[in-house]
Design a protein around this ligand. Sequence first.
Ligand SMILES: Nc1ncnc2c1ncn2[C@@H]1O[C@H](COP(=O)(O)OP(=O)(O)OP(=O)(O)O)[C@@H](O)[C@H]1O
Length: 672
Amino acid sequence: NCVGPSAAPVTVRLQVCRHSGLRRLSLLKARCRLRIAAPYYGCRAASLSLSRGRFVCRAAAAAVAVESDANVKTALPTIPSEATLAKVLPYLWRLASSDTTLRWRLGVALILLVASKAAGLAGPILFKQAMDELAQSPLRVAKPALVALVCAALSKAVSSALNETRYIIFAPLGQITGRRVGVQLLDHILRLDLTFHLERKTGALSRILDRAQRSVVNIFRAVVFTFVPTFVELILVCGLLATQVSGTIAAIVALTFAAYVTWTVHITSRAAESRKEVNKLENLATGKAVDALLNYETVVQFNNQSLEVEQYNKLLQGYQSASLQAERLSAALNAGQAIILSIGIAAVMALAGLKVARGLSTVGDLVLANGLILQLSGPLQFLGFLYRDLRQSLVDLESLFTILSTQPLLKDGTVELEHVGRGAKVRARDLRFSYTSSREVLLGVNLRADPGESIALVGASGSGKSTIVKLLLRLYDPDSGSLFLDDHDLRSLSQDSLRSAVAVVPQDTILFNDTIMYNIAYGRPNATQEQVIQAAKQARLHDAVLRMPDGYLTMVGERGLKLSGGEKQRVAIARAFLKSPRLLICDEATSALDSGTEAAILKSLKELAAGRTCVFVAHRLSTIMHCDRILVMDAGVVVEEGTHQELVAKGGRYAHMWALQESEESKKTVKI
Ligand SMILES: Nc1ncnc2c1ncn2[C@@H]1O[C@H](COP(=O)(O)OP(=O)(O)OP(=O)(O)O)[C@@H](O)[C@H]1O
C-alpha cells in the first residue's frame, strides 16, 4: 500500500504498461490518497482515487509504477535470477526506463558520445596532415599545417568538454536508479517478518543497503561511460588505421585489445571470488562491532569489553588476509595490463617505423598510429579499473537480489480494518503456536475482549503472554486456531490497516535520536504541532518538556537529553494518544518503573484506555486488578479467567499469586 499524506498536496505520476490497455494517464496534481490494491511487485491491480472524488482509475492486470513527491515507492522490475552482467543490464534498463527523462537524456548522451569521440580522433588525423605537409615542404611555412596543428591541440579540449557534458546529462539517471533501489530495498526489508530481522544482523543489512545503491551507480558508470564508448572508439580507431595506415597495424591493435580484455576478465573473475570472501568477513566484522556498540550497557555490565575486542580482532584478521589476497590479484592484473599494452604499442610502432623506413608510409602515418593508440590506451587503463568495479558491484547486487527475493512469510490480507471509531472486538480460538518445531509455546488459547473492554494476561514468566501480543500484532501467524478482530481473521486483514488500528505501549520505549517533537509525532507522522502538544498534555509530558533546554525541539539520544524511564513511557503514551488506536496493548508498560511513577503512568494509561479495547500484560497484579477480565496463563494455556474479585474468591492460582505479592509488598513496607 502506498498512501500519500492526506494533508499535503502530492504530485502523482502513474505510468501504465502499454499492453495493459490503458495508455499513459495524465499528470495529476491534486490532494489525493493513493492506494495500490495489490503488492507493489509486479502489481496486478491498482486504483487511484482523489479526495474530491473527481477521478477514479482502476488498472486491472497492469504493472504500475508510482512516484509522488512525498512518497517514493516505485514498482521494481522482476529480479534477475542471478547477478550476471547479461541479466543485470536489462534489469537496470527497465529500472531506468520508468524515468520519463530517460529518452532525451539517452539521445543527447549518444550524440555527445559520437561528437566527443570524433573530436578526440580528429586530433591525431589533423596532426598527421600537418606532419605530412611539413615533411613535403619543410622550408615553407604552411598556413594550413599550422592551423591543423592548433586544431589538433584544441581537439582534446573539445572532446573532453563534450565528454563531461555527456556525463552531466546522463549521470542523474544512475543516481535516480540507485536511489530507487535503495528506497525499495529499505521498504522491502522493513516489510519483512520479525523472523527475518531476528536472523539478520543490523550492521550487515545496513552495508548491503549502502552497497546496493553504489553498485547501481557504478554499473551505470562503467557500462554507459566506459565500456560502450571504448568499444565505439576501438572500432573507429581500427577502421582509421586500416584505411589510413595499414590493415596489419589495425589487426595488432585489435589483438592487443582482445588480449587486454581477456587478461582483465580472467584475473578479475578470480579476484571477484576473493572479494566475496572479503565482503563476507567485512560484514561479520562490522556486524560484530555494531552489536557490541548497540549493546554497550550489557557489554560493560558483564565486563566483557576484552572479549568483544578479541572477537572483533579475530574477524578483522580474517578480513585482512582475504583482503591481501585480493590486493595481490589486483597487482597481478595491473602488471599484466601494462605488459600487454606495452607489447602492443611497441609492435605497432616498430611496424609503422619499418614502413616509413621502407618508404611505404609517411611520417604522418607513424604519428597518426601513435596518436590513435595513445588515444585508445587512456580509456583502456580506466576500463580495467572499472571492470573490477563492475565485478564488485555485481557481487554486491547478489546480496541485494537475495534480500529482494525473500518474500515475507506472512501473506498480507486485503480486508481493510476500520482504524478509527469504537474499540475493536477481539477473539482468539484455540490458538496454538511454536517458535521452533521442538517446543509448543501456546497450546490452545481462547480469549475474548468486547469493544471497550480491558483484559489482562498474567502468569509465570515464559507462559506465553508476550507471544499472544505478537500474534495480535501479526508478527507471527498461529500454527492452528484463529485470531479475530471485528470478526475478521487476522490473516485476511491488510497489515497496514491492522497496525494503524493497534497501538503498543511496551516495557522499554525506544526513542529515535531526534527531537522530542519527532519522537511523539512518530505515533502519527502527519499530525500537526498542536496535535502533538495536545497528546503530550494528555500523557502529562507537556510540563516536563517545557522544562527541557529547547522544549519540544530538544534532541533525545546520544549527545542530547536522556529521558528517565517514566518520561520515556509518557512519550509512548503520547504516541498512543496521537494514534488513537482501537486496540491498545500495554506489554509490561510500567514494570520497570518505581511505584510512585507507576501510579502516575497508570493514571494516564487509564485515560488512554477509556473507550478502547485494551490488552494488558503485567506481572504486578495491582496494576491490572481493575481490568474487566483477567486471564491467568501457565505453560501456554489459560488456567483461570475472571475479574479480580472472582479470582481472589476462587482461591486458585491467581489468589495464590495475589497473596504472594501482597505479602512481598507488606515486607517492603516493614523494611522501609
Ligand atoms: N523469538 C523466539 N524464538 C524462540 N523462542 C521464543 C521466542 N520468543 C519467546 N520464546 C519462548 O517462548 C516462550 C514464551 O515466551 P513469552 O515471551 O511469550 O513469555 P511471557 O509469558 O511473555 O514471559 P515474560 O513474562 O517473562 O515476558 C518462552 O519459553 C520463550 O523462551
